[in-house]
Design a protein around this ligand. Sequence first.
Ligand SMILES: Cc1ncc(COP(=O)(O)O)c(C=O)c1O
Length: 385
Amino acid sequence: MPLFDVYPLYNVTPVSAKGLYVYDDADNEYLDLYGGHAVISIGHAHPKYVDAVSSQVAELGFYSNAIQNPLQVQLAEKLEALSGCEGYNLFLCNSGAEANENALKLASFKTGKSRVVAFKNGFHGRTSAAVAATDNPNIIAPINAQQKVTILELNDILGVKAELEKGDVCAVIVEFIQGVGGLDQGTADFFEQVYALCQANDTMFVADEVQSGYGRSGKFFAFQHYNVTPDIISIAKGMGNGFPIGGILIHPDIEAKHGMLGTTFGGNHLACAAGLSVLNVIEDEKLMDNVNAMSEYFLKLAKSVPQIKHIKGRGLMLGLEFDFEVGELRKKLIYEHRIFTGGASNKKLLRILPPLTIRKDHINHFFEALIEALSEIEENQLQNI
Ligand SMILES: Cc1ncc(COP(=O)(O)O)c(C=O)c1O
C-alpha cells in the first residue's frame, strides 16, 4: 500500500541519532539545528530519557484514564514547579493541534460563546477549530471553514477591541513568537492590551506555547517575557523529546466537570515517563541557562554575516532572513554540509530550532558552513550572469 503523498521529502533516511547529531543509512552525520520541527528539546537519545522510557514500557506502557495514574500527578507537579504557573491544572493529550482544539473547546464551554480571534500568519494545527484559526486557506477544508474565526493583523489592537466588544468571542489565541509563520512577534504593548481586553470582555486568552514553550524562548514559556496571565496555555513539541504528548495548562478560574474533555491515549504511562524525564533533564542540566547563553552567542555570530538582513525570534527559536529565497541554501546545507535547518511560510527565512543542549562548537560549525554555502551560491550567480 503506498503512503498518502502529503509531504515533500528530502532524500535523507535517518536511522539513528545522538545529542545534536543524526545519522543516515549511509553513515553520514548531520548536525540537527531543526530538532524535527522543534521537538527534540533535551537532545536525541539522551541516556536518562532512554532509561526512563525503556524501563516504563517494560513495566506498564499504557492503561486508560479510568484508573489512578500517579505519573500524571508527578508530571503536573514538576511542570508547575519548573514553569512557575502556580495553581494551574493540567489536561494531557497527544499533540499540539489536539492541545489547541481542547483549549478552544474549553474556552467555549467556559464563556458560552463560539467565535475565535486569531492572527495573520499564525499556525495552530490541523484539526477542526485549530486549523480554522490558522491563517492558511490551503489547509482549511469546507468542514473546518464552518468554524467562526476572525483573523486580524498582529498588533491590530483596535481590531481586537472592536471584535471582543461584539460579545461573542470565546477565545483569542496567540503565538508569542510565530513559528511556522516566520518568527514574527507582536509588541509587549499589544500582548498586554489583548490580555486586558480579554479580561474585560469575558474572553479566554489562549497562549499557544506548542513550539515556543519548554524553555525554547529563554523563559519556560514565551508569554513570560510579558506581563500577562493566560487562561489556557497549550503545550506539545519539546514536551516529550519525540514521544507524542501534548497538554493544556488551565487557569484555576476554569472549573472542571467530569466528561468535559477526554482522550484514550492522552497522559498514558509511557508518555508521562517521557515527559517527566524531559523536565528532569531541563532542570538538572540547567538547559534554560544554556538557551540564553547559546542564543547570545548565536546572535553575535549571525550579526557578523552581511547576507543576513534580519534576525527574528528569541532564545533558540530563531529566524535568519535573507534578501533571497532560501530553498537552495537549505538544500546545500543538508546535502553538502550535512546540516538540518528549517523553512517557514516566509520563503526568505531560515529557521533555527536546535535541541536546547546545543554548544558553541555546534554553532561555530553551522556558521562556517553557512558562510561557505552563501559564497558558493554567490559564485554560481556570478557565473550565470
Ligand atoms: C505554534 C503551533 N501550534 C500548534 C502546532 C500543531 O502541533 P501538532 O503538529 O503537534 O499538531 C504547531 C506545529 O507546528 C505549532 O507550531
